[in-house]
Design a protein around this ligand. Structure first.
Ligand code: LMR
Length: 396
């Protein structure tokens, strides 16, 4: 059995996480894995979530099974959060999932049943785990150009041209906001053009919405999904509560679908329940239950939104401070794009040798494609960081 297994392929992000943990230097800096950090470098449980957990602990009477699709109240709250109060609920359905990744996987499995011949298109670059996760669901993956490193913006023309050549019926993976790893987002006008290409070529959108609330705001970050839902007959969304509720290890997300009509929506949700049952049977409850309380309790909801907004604003401020430090230290405006990007990530133009030097000589950990976690930028050490980056840029 096991002797036949090949060595596992290292995961770019998890490998870096392990290397950081093993580093004994006290002044090391983690700009790797996408976890929000406060100014003390901690990732505390959000206060609204903690209160909800207390309520849950006191009120929960049973740990009996819920259902493969999880809690209907959680799903309804997530549909409103993502699709808005005006959403057409007759055509929308959701299943609680094991984080955003779990949502991606069960939606991919469901679509394999619906359109077994479809290929999938992911942005170049994309979240590294999209590739193994979606390939494991049996898809052939293609990539569409996305990022123009010279301008730090989306290369919309190249993206649309590539999607225009996709086979009819193919599935296009889109980052709903806060593109991971580049932080370069489409404008709402760009999204309209993407929707037209999807319509003209009969392409099906799978939207990965892992960072709602980290870009321009909780409602604003849902604008692209809501525009798509208003124009397209069908779509799916993988939403995550890992980042905006800080529930990373609890694994909370929602696999959502918009169907042509009510009966197709109900049937698709039934099939999705079947996919989940055949996979892990049922999702974990605790984090989703706490989320349900946060989203449904007016006071906790307001507190959570405030906390989330403070996190978002902190990241915007860090972007500005870092870009300013880079401008001063490099004596150029080539890093100004960082302030225009959104969410938790931006990409630095660093080679593997330069990234290795940052890690080995300065204890600075950055993902292999140059992606930095903006929330990890050191409020007090911005100049030192800019100095180290400019040194390796000059020396390697
Ligand atoms: C990231 O991109 O760093 C996060 O989504 C964590 C992960 O699972 O890769």
């Amino acid at each position: 059995m096991f002797e036949a297994l090949q060595e596992p392929r290292p995961d770019a992000i998890l490998g870096l996480m392990a290397a950081f943990r093993a580093d004994t230097r006290t002044d090391k800096l983690d700009l790797g894995v996408g976890i929000y950090k406060d100014s003390a470098g901690e990732t505390p449980v959000m206060r609204a979530v903690k209160s909800a957990e207390r309520k849950l602990l006191e009120s929960q009477q049973t740990k009996a099974y819920v259902a493969p699709i999880g809690s209907p109240a959680f799903c309804a709250a997530m549909i409103t959060q993502v699709f808005g109060k005006e959403a057409d609920l007759t055509r929308l359905r959701a299943a609680q999932s094991v984080g955003g990744s779990g949502a991606l996987r069960v939606l991919a499995d469901l679509m394999k049943q619906g359109r077994p011949e479809a290929d999938m298109w992911v942005s170049d670059p994309t979240w590294p785990n999209h590739v193994p996760l979606l390939s494991a669901a049996g898809y052939t993956l293609h990539s569409y150009p996305y990022y123009d490193a010279a301008s730090g913006q989306v290369d919309v023309e190249a993206m649309l041209a590539a999607l225009g050549k996709a086979k009819r019926g193919d599935i296009v993976v889109l980052h709903g906001c806060c593109h991971n790893p580049t932080g370069a987002d489409l404008t709402i006008q760009d999204w309209s053009r993407v929707i037209t290409v999807l319509q003209d070529n009969d392409l099906f959108p799978l939207v990965d919405l892992a960072y709602q609330g980290f870009g321009d705001g909780l409602e604003e970050d849902a604008a692209a999904v809501r525009l798509m839902a208003s124009k397209l007959p069908e779509m799916v969304v993988a939403a995550s509560c890992s980042k905006n509720l800080g529930l990373y290890r609890e694994r909370v997300g929602a696999a959502m679908l918009l169907a042509r009509n009510e009966s197709e929506a109900t049937r698709a949700l039934g099939r999705l329940g079947g996919v989940i049952r055949a996979n892990y049977s049922m999702p974990p409850d605790h984090g989703a239950n706490a989320t349900e309380i946060v989203l449904s309790d007016a006071a906790l909801n307001a507190q959570w939104r405030e906390e989330l907004e403070a996190m978002r604003c902190r990241m915007v401020t860090l972007r500005q401070a870092f870009s300013e430090a880079m401008r001063k230290r490099s004596n150029s405006d080539r890093f100004d794009y960082i302030t225009r990007q959104k969410g938790m990530f931006s990409r630095l133009p660093l080679s593997t040798a330069q990234l290795d030097a940052l890690r080995d000589d300065y204890g600075i950990y950055i993902v292999g494609d140059g992606r930095i976690n903006v929330a990890g930028l050191p409020e007090q050490g911005m100049e030192k960081l800019a100095d180290a980056i400019c040194c390796v840029l000059a020396d390697h």
